[in-house]
Design a protein around this ligand. Structure first.
Ligand code: KG4
Ligand code: ZN
Length: 403
C-alpha cells in the first residue's frame, strides 16, 4: 500500500488498529545515531509549517504557509478560520518540505509535532496529521512544546553561524501570543534542557500590543513589521508624547503592555489631528496598499514620532528586564526568540547592551524568529535523544507550560 501522500488512506480504521501497537515501542526500536532526519510539523496558530532537520542542527528544508491574508481583515487571528486553513495547507506543506529536502516520507526517521500551547483546533490539525503519519509509517512520534521550539530556533541559528550559546542562559520568548522569560539550563542528568519561568506578561504579549497599536493607527495587520520600519524613519521628529517605564508590582521581571497600548489609544483620541490621516490609511489598506512605501507618505511626522515612542517603550522594557535577569542570574548568554525578535531596534539594543555587560546575545534569523517547523524538528531531536516519545493518545494542550 502506498501511503506516501494519501492522508485519507492513513486514517483507515484497519491501519489505525495495526499501527497503534507500534508507537509505544519506538523508544527501543528506532533509536539510532547520526544523520537522523526529523520531519517537524507546526500548526499552533496561524502558520502551517513543515520542515526537515538533520541531527537537530542542519535545516534540510523549511516551508511556512502563512495565513496572514485570511486573518488580515479581522485584525487578528480567527481560530475557526485558522483551523480550516491548516486543514487546507497541511498536506501540500509537508509534501513541499519533503520535496525540498529531496526525501520521501519513508526516509523520515521521526515526526515531531507541536502539541501546545496554541489554539486547540489549529493544534489538532497538526497533531492528527503527525500522529497518523507516524502510525502509518511506523516511525516514532515526538510531542513538542511550541515554546521549546522557539528556544531551539536560537540554537539552530547559532549553529548555522558557527557559534555556541553557553548555558545557563536567560531566554526571552516574545511574540504575538507570548512574552515570557526563562532561565535555561543543561539538565543535570544530561538529558533534556531544564527551564524555569522567571517572568511573564501580566496582560498583553508585546506582539499583541504592536498589532493593536497598528490597528488603531490604520496601519494594518500584523503590526510589528510596519511599525518597526516606520519607527526607523521617524528620525528627529518631535515626540508628541513620552511613555515612561512600565511599573509592575511584585516580580520585577514581569512585563505589562496593555497600559502602553491604552496610552497610545487615549493620546490618539485626545488629538483630533490624527483622525484624517488614520482614515486615509484605512482607505489605502482597503485598496490593498499596505506596503511600507505606500503607507509612509500617508504618515505625518507626528505619527512617525508616536510610533517611534511606542517602540522605544516596548524595546526598553523588554531589554531592561531581560538584562536585569541575566545579571541577577550571572548567565553568560541571553537568547531572544519569537516573532518580535525580528524587530530591528530590539536586536541592536540587545546587542549593544550585551556588549557593554559582557553577555553574549543570540537571536534566530528573522525567518526562524517567527513560527516555523524547523524549530519544532530541532526541539524534537532533543526529546528523541532522551527517548521521550509520544503515542496514539497524544492530544492538544492549548495552555501547555514549558515550566
Ligand atoms: O512568533 P509569531 O510568528 O507568532 C506568534 O506565536 O504570535 O509572532 C507574530 C508576532 C506578531 O504580533 C507580529 O506583529 C510580531 O510578531 N512581529 C514583530 C515584527 N515582526 C513580527 N513585532 C515587532 N517588530 C517586528 N519586526
Ligand atoms: Zn510562536
Amino acid at each position: 500500500m502506498d501511503l506516501r501522500w494519501n492522508g485519507a488512506r492513513c486514517v483507515s480504521r484497519v491501519l489505525l488498529r495495526r499501527c497503534a501497537s507500534i508507537i509505544p515501542l519506538h523508544g527501543k526500536v528506532y533509536w539510532r545515531r547520526g544523520n537522523l532526519r526529523i520531519l517537524g510539523i507546526e500548526s499552533s496558530c496561524d502558520e502551517t509549517a513543515a520542515a526537515v532537520v538533520a541531527d537537530g542542527r542542519e535545516i534540510l528544508s523549511s516551508v511556512v504557509a502563512s495565513q496572514i491574508e485570511v486573518h488580515r481583515k479581522y485584525g487578528g487571528v480567527v481560530p475557526e478560520l485558522a483551523s480550516r486553513e491548516h486543514l487546507r495547507q497541511i498536506v501540500p506543506v509537508v509534501r513541499e518540505a519533503l520535496a525540498q529536502a529531496g526525501m520521501q516520507l519513508a526516509d523520515v526517521d521521526a515526526i515531531g509535532v507541536t502539541h501546545g500551547p496554541g489554539l486547540v483546533g489549529a493544534l489538532l490539525v497538526g497533531i492528527t496529521y503527525g500522529k497518523t503519519l507516524a502510525m502509518a509509517l511506523g516511525k516514532p512520534l515526538v510531542a513538542v512544546n511550541h515554546l521549546a521550539g522557539h528556544v531551539h530556533a536560537v540554537f539552530l541559528e547559532a549553529h548555522r553561524a558557527g557559534r555556541a550559546a553557553k548555558l545557563p542562559a536567560v531566554c526571552l520568548i516574545v511574540s504575538g501570543g507570548h512574552t515570557v522569560l526563562y532561565e535555561v539550563k543543561t539538565a543535570e542528568s544530561g538529558g533534556l534542557l531544564s527551564y524555569r519561568k522567571i517572568g511573564q506578561t501580566r496582560d498583553d504579549a508585546a506582539g499583541e500590543a504592536y498589532d493593536k497599536v497598528a490597528k488603531l493607527l490604520g496601519l494594518g495587520y500584523p503590526g510589528g513589521p510596519i511599525l518597526d520600519r516606520l519607527a526607523s524613519v521617524a528620525n528627529g521628529a518631535l515626540a508628541p508624547v513620552k511613555f515612561g517605564p512600565t511599573k509592575t508590582r511584585g516580580n520585577p521581571l514581569d512585563f505589562s503592555f496593555s497600559g502602553l497600548k491604552t496610552a497610545v489609544l487615549y493620546h490618539v483620541r485626545e488629538h483630533p489631528e490624527y483622525t484624517g490621516e488614520i482614515q486615509t490609511r484605512e482607505e489605502a489598506l482597503q485598496r490593498g496598499e499596505r506596503k511600507f512605501e505606500q503607507l509612509l507618505p500617508l504618515c505625518s511626522p507626528q505619527t512617525l514620532a508616536l510610533v517611534r515612542e511606542f517602540q522605544n517603550a516596548v524595546v526598553r522594557d523588554l531589554v531592561e528586564r531581560t538584562m536585569m535577569a541575566a545579571e541577577e542570574l550571572a548567565v553568560e548568554s541571553v537568547l531572544v526568540s519569537g516573532g518580535v525578535a525580528a524587530n530591528s531596534q530590539l536586536r541592536t539594543t540587545f546587542e549593544e547592551r550585551g556588549k557593554s555587560k559582557g553577555i553574549e546575545v543570540f537571536f534566530p534569523s528573522r525567518a526562524l524568529s517567527t513560527d516555523n517547523a524547523a524549530m519544532i524538528a530541532a526541539a524534537a531531536y532533543e526529546k528523541f535523544q532522551a527517548g521521550a516519545f509520544g503515542d496514539a493518545s497524544l492530544n492538544a494542550d492549548p495552555s501547555l507550560a514549558l515550566a
